[in-house]
Design a protein around this ligand. Sequence first.
Ligand code: HSE
Length: 301
Amino acid sequence: MAQRTVKVTVPATSANVGAGFDSLGLALSLYNEFTFAAADRVRITPLDGSRIPLGPNNLVYRSARAVYDQLGLPLKGLAITQTNAIPMTRGLGSSSACIVAGILGANALLGGKLTAQQMLTLATAIEGHPDNVAPALLGGFVTSVYDEGQVYTVKKDIDPDLAFAAFIPDFRLLTAKARAVLPQMISHKDAVYNLSRAALATAAFCEGSYSLLRVATKDALHQQYRLPLIEGGDEVFDLAQDLGAAGVYISGAGPTIMAVVHKDDADFFDRADAALRTGSDKLRHFTLRRLLADNVGAVVE
Ligand code: HSE
């Protein structure tokens, strides 16, 4: 009998959306592809030449193994291929894509024993927070809460008239480093600043009130501490705002800066692209990618 191969496609994601630290995230039209097949040892093959761990410490394999562990099943190995279009350690959810793929791939090979909710909970436990894994799994704009080991989510389709201008720098920023610079304690004033904006950003996406995003994506919990780690980040914020973006924020832990614009705003992309090419040295570290919303989430075939 021919061996079954499962194909999994997972979208990039952009977390926090400004004030929604560790809670809000949205899925984008950029995809990693994976295949999974039974094997008696670990065989990881990157099909795009990217440098990834090839042994049992590979994140996709570790996430797949977590499914077997949860079900109390033995696992000798898996044959996994990876094609990584999502840039790594750039704040676009590449790790979450690997985690979600590993869980979905293993679950499909095992006949779908885990529910979607169980897979989301497992993915969140591996990642530590749900704001990337939830939209990677579900697509759309997702609001999540991780409470006592359970994930609570609401997904809302993103308006297909929106585009997301990803200003991606040529340097990496590890999430651990970007989390290490955050203060352990914040003031009541800053808490109110963020919770009101996270609520407003969610309502703005639900209602299509995008003019609110300029104020709703402001943040007092993480962006001011992370921007010094992103050389040229301040200039990209100013550029995107000057060109009329509805909202601008650090995507996930950075270093990508994300601007929300209308998909037909060719002028924004032309002028931003020109500024990156002809602007200061700091701006030249960034490449602009025009992404659209993904409202489907991860697909298993
Ligand atoms: N919410 C996370 C953070 C996203 O900002 O650190 C990156 O994993």
